[in-house]
Write a protein that binds this ligand. Structure first.
Ligand SMILES: Cc1cc2nc3c(=O)[nH]c(=O)nc-3n(C[C@H](O)[C@H](O)[C@H](O)COP(=O)(O)OP(=O)(O)OC[C@H]3O[C@@H](n4cnc5c(N)ncnc54)[C@H](O)[C@@H]3O)c2cc1C
Length: 394
């Protein structure tokens, strides 16, 4: 297989590398240290990245975006994440929902929502699925039970839908200008048959942001509570059919649907590379018991394992992206995400172990470990393992 990159791919990769090194990395630790989760966010870095195309990178060229392919998306994400995993995720969260707009919205909705998104450097996107009493069961719902899964409900009144309920942990929740929202439109049907999707702008009457959640890792990233009290959403913001939110994407292995997995695997790759750089700097410059760290066998074994796992993940991420660019049906992006959860956690732990011998709890090494723990939670890693195994077993 040919892994060489074309000129456009190399140029985006270089641009992302420069931005991560010069703009993202210098603010990473200082943002991470801010105690109040509402104040960790920085609009300046979003504006700067947006001007370079990192917010709108995946919107099709004919619609005014950059239309980068999946290999480029993986490369850019890995580079940005090397600077800071959570800042890069704020950008790629916009890619994820740009993919969804392309895949499921009507022409009229694309026109209406992509225009302001493309024009405004601070127009960030989000998606509300999770609720206080519904997380994994939204992703792997019991087939027959109408009580399982999300509860936020919408009732039709003329040309509007009236929404009541709460969403929690929603990424970009306190900063997004537009949300996709999955809501119950039939309380008596199981989740797959009673749920609809809406586009909900942040200035919707009856909608407000509640608390921003405090997290041990990804502290820049805003995970917020969304509160709907008789919120009024026009019928024209319904995406697809009433009660059709889940059926629409079932079994979809196109790039638009699989991007969420590719994105996380590529982001993990960037974190592994950051851990590797930290480890190399340490072992080349520090001694223990009078002997350079790099000359000690136990250190060499750790370095070997860090590199081996990172290279394996690199290959899997690029292969998955290459397949998505060619519309090759496969579970590889999902599996690469699961692999990335294991790899990022082991590689960042190894880096912290290496540091601990000479610099206990080095803040930069410790941050990478905290960030890596997010992979076990954010997109239902365990549930995805079950879902993929079920699909493969038939
Ligand atoms: C950083 C971050 C960003 C997020 N962004 C968003 C967002 O933008 N939008 C959104 O809607 N949600 C978002 N979430 C929420 C996320 O989707 C949920 O946390 C996730 O679905 C798990 O739900 P839960 O936290 O309620 O855990 P639970 O569902 O209570 O699960 C707890 C544990 O049990 C395991 N488990 C659950 N069911 C099973 C099963 N059947 N078999 C085996 N193990 C099982 C899970 O894997 C998990 O380890 C985000 C979360 C985080 C941490």
């Amino acid at each position: 297989m040919d892994f060489s990159l074309n000129e456009e791919q190399q140029s985006w990769q270089q641009k992302a590398r420069k931005f991560a090194r010069e703009e993202i990395a210098p603010i990473s630790l200082e943002r991470d240290r801010i105690a109040d989760p509402l104040r960790t966010f920085d609009w300046e870095i979003i504006r700067k990245g947006s001007k370079l195309g990192f917010r709108t990178a995946v919107v099709a060229k004919e619609r005014g975006g950059h239309g980068i392919d999946f290999v480029t998306q993986a490369l850019v994400m890995a580079e940005l994440a090397k600077g800071d995993s959570a800042i890069s995720k704020t950008f790629s969260q916009c890619w994820k929902w740009s993919h969804l707009i392309a895949a499921v919205c009507s022409e009229e909705q694309k026109e209406r929502f992509l225009k302001p998104f493309l024009a405004d450097d601070t127009y960030v996107l989000g998606y509300g699925l999770t609720e206080p009493s519904a997380g994994s069961d939204n992703r792997l719902p019991p087939e027959e039970d109408p009580k399982a899964g999300l509860k936020l409900r919408a009732e039709r009144r003329g040309d509007e839908w009236i929404l009541n309920g709460d969403k929690v942990f929603i990424a970009n929740g306190s900063v997004a200008k537009l949300f996709f929202l999955t809501v119950r439109t039939n309380q008596n049907a199981p989740l797959r048959e009673g749920t609809s999707m809406f586009l909900v702008p942040s200035d919707t009457p009856g909608f407000r942001v509640g608390k921003v959640f405090n997290k041990s890792g990804w502290r820049f990233y805003q995970n917020a509570e969304l509160i709907f009290e008789d919120a009024r959403v026009p019928h024209t913001n319904l995406v697809g059919e009433v009660n059709g939110a889940f059926q629409r994407r079932d079994g979809d292995t196109t790039g638009d649907a699989m991007f969420g997995s590719l994105e996380l695997a590529a982001n993990a790759l960037g974190v592994c590379e950051a851990a590797w750089e930290q480890a190399l700097l340490l072992v080349r410059t520090r001694k223990e018991g009078g002997k350079p760290l790099k000359d000690q066998q136990r250190v060499q074994l750790k370095l070997n394992r860090m590199r081996m796992l990172t290279e394996a993940l690199t290959s899997y991420v690029l292969r998955s992206a290459w397949e998505l660019d060619r519309n090759i049906p496969s579970e590889n992006a999902s599996l690469a995400m699961n692999l990335s959860t294991d790899v990022i956690q082991e590689v960042t732990e190894l880096n912290l172990d290496l540091h601990d011998t000479v610099e206990p709890l080095n803040p930069a090494a410790e941050k990478l470990v905290r960030d890596s723990i997010i992979w076990s939670h954010l997109a239902g890693d365990t549930v995805q393992r079950l879902r993929v195994a079920r699909r493969l077993a038939g």
